[in-house]
Design a protein around this ligand. Structure first.
Ligand SMILES: Nc1ncnc2c1ncn2[C@@H]1O[C@H](COP(=O)(O)OP(=O)(O)OP(=O)(O)O)[C@@H](O)[C@H]1O
Ligand SMILES: O=C(O)[C@H](O)CO
Length: 457
């Protein structure tokens, strides 16, 4: 799975780290996860992901599939495999470099959009998608597919906003290290499709959502900015986000202020029947990848220890804490006895100050390498740390993440300087410690693996 940009000498622990990452990414494959969640018996479609929905397809004249995100093609392939020509029409918007762009999956057109910031192409495709949703009536079933990346891909500026306005505010908030809840509160209030507005457009149709989650805790209103989910945030919340991250974005601010003054309709909230009734089935998320990685560790004789699937906050700050846990395991057998693999998921962010290349996972990996290199004792000597964005693209780079150990940082001053310039990928590339996968077809956010070898390694 990994193109070999991490070429430095490998111990068995390095191989275990890579195996766990690969198993985690494969385990969160959207097509397989969706197939497993769906069962069709006669005309009865059952969807079970903890919660259960049962739909009698014979009650509908049309079945539409709409949505987007990096994992949307996989979900739609599984829908197509199960429902075939019962699907009447559909549009999904995916990254322009997805091999499915321009083709159809059964009756569902695959259109290109922009990521991580929106583009005019994405906005055109989203208009088509909204037209289709608006054509739905009470005898239509709308299957909405919402996967990570959908917020940027499904671009549909509200009011007088332009795609450029959306792009600028997204870029500024990403660079300021805004967390996804904050970023998406703004996105939801600048859009004709997010924050439940897609479900409102499809009313009075029956709407059901299949999601692949790249948000810690899998909240339907945040994944892809919740196009079919009730939105509890307000125009005032969105304005607070701009202030908190000191983002000017004058056109967006004006739009939000008009909304806060009651001149624009709020996003549909929990009391709105068009969204309140829409079930969301999360077919895969961070925990899916972690569980698959844990199983791979166990198969190789390493005791897995899941720290959390919900790690958030600064990437650089999260690294020493993870390393400290691995050190404790190596030195004292807590919270897990070596040989062990410590795992975490979630989404860390970076407040970008420099102009280097990197993303939250390469930044985490380099910060972890610094921490390993300056350990308080030799407990971390043999520990290997790997971190990837499961979609294969960390930040705006072509790398997925990094694979490091106590020997990765040979010159601490240069490493610290690279971190200060947000050039973690530059540094890891120089050390041949960057990991490259190419687009993986899934997106369940970060996956971190710390291998704590036993005596035999
Ligand atoms: N040079 C850099 N070094 C480290 N982090 C960076 C750099 N440039 C941008 N980032 C960070 O990358 C993050 C965005 O990339 P990330 O891969 O997490 O999300 P995404 O793929 O855009 O999101 P999603 O797929 O969830 O929509 C932001 O936190 C941003 O601060
Ligand atoms: O598209 C988005 O909003 C993020 O990827 C979170 O789902």
């Amino acid at each position: 799975m990994f193109e070999n940009r991490a070429t430095h000498a490998r111990s068995p622990a390095h191989e275990v780290a890579l195996d766990c990452l690969a198993a985690g990414i494969r385990g969160a494959d959207p097509e397989r996860a969706t197939r497993e969640a769906l069962a069709l018996t006669g005309a009865d479609l059952e969807i079970a992901t903890g919660e259960r929905s049962l739909l009698d397809l014979s009650a509908f004249d049309r079945v539409l599939v709409v949505g987007g995100g990096k994992a949307a093609p996989g979900v739609v392939r599984a829908l197509e495999a199960r429902l075939g020509d019962r699907i009447s029409d559909g549009v999904i918007v995916v990254p322009a470099d997805d091999p499915a762009v321009g083709e159809s999956i059964g009756a569902v057109a695959v259109a290109a959009g922009g990521h991580p910031v929106p583009t005019a192409d994405g906005a055109d495709a989203t208009d088509r998608l909204l037209d289709l949703a608006e054509s739905a009536d009470e005898s239509t079933l709308v299957l909405s597919v919402v996967t990570g990346g959908a917020s940027a891909l499904l671009a549909s500026p509200a009011g007088d906003l332009s795609v450029d306005d959306l792009r600028d505010v997204t870029r500024a908030l990403l660079d300021a290290g805004a967390d996804i809840e904050a970023l998406n509160a703004v996105r939801k209030h600048c859009s004709r499709v997010k924050g439940g507005r897609l479900a409102a457009a499809a009313a009075p149709a029956t709407v059901l959502t299949l999601a692949v989650s790249d948000v810690a805790g899998d909240p339907p209103s945040v994944i892809g900015s919740g196009p079919t989910a009730p939105d509890a945030t307000t125009y005032d919340d969105a304005l607070d986000v701009l202030s908190r991250y000191a983002v000017a974005a004058p056109a967006v601010r004006e739009h939000l202020e008009a909304g806060a003054a009651g001149e624009r309709p709020e996003t549909p909230g929990p009391a709105d029947p068009a969204v309140a009734e829409v079930p969301t089935h999360v077919v895969a998320g961070a925990r899916t990848a972690i569980d698959a990685a844990a199983a791979a560790a166990e198969e190789r004789g390493y005791e897995p220890c899941v720290l959390s699937s919900r790690v958030r906050g600064g990437a650089r700050a999260a690294a020493p804490t993870h390393v400290a846990v691995a050190e404790e395991a190596a030195a004292a057998g807590d919270p897990v006895d070596p040989p062990a693999v410590v795992l975490s998921g979630g989404e860390t962010t970076v407040d970008v100050q420099g102009d280097g290349a990197g993303g939250p996972n390469t930044e985490f990996a380099l910060a972890a390498a610094c921490s390993l290199a300056s350990g308080v004792d030799n407990a971390a000597e043999a520990v290997v740390v790997a971190a990837v964005d499961t979609d294969g693209r960390d930040g705006a780079t072509d790398a997925a993440g990094g694979l490091v150990d106590a020997g990765t940082v040979t010159d601490r001053a240069t490493a610290r300087d690279a971190l200060a310039r947000n050039d973690s990928l530059g540094y890891l590339d120089d050390q041949e410690a960057a990991l490259v996968t190419g687009p993986t077809g899934t997106n369940v956010n970060d996956l971190r693996v710390l291998v704590v070898p036993g005596q035999r390694d």
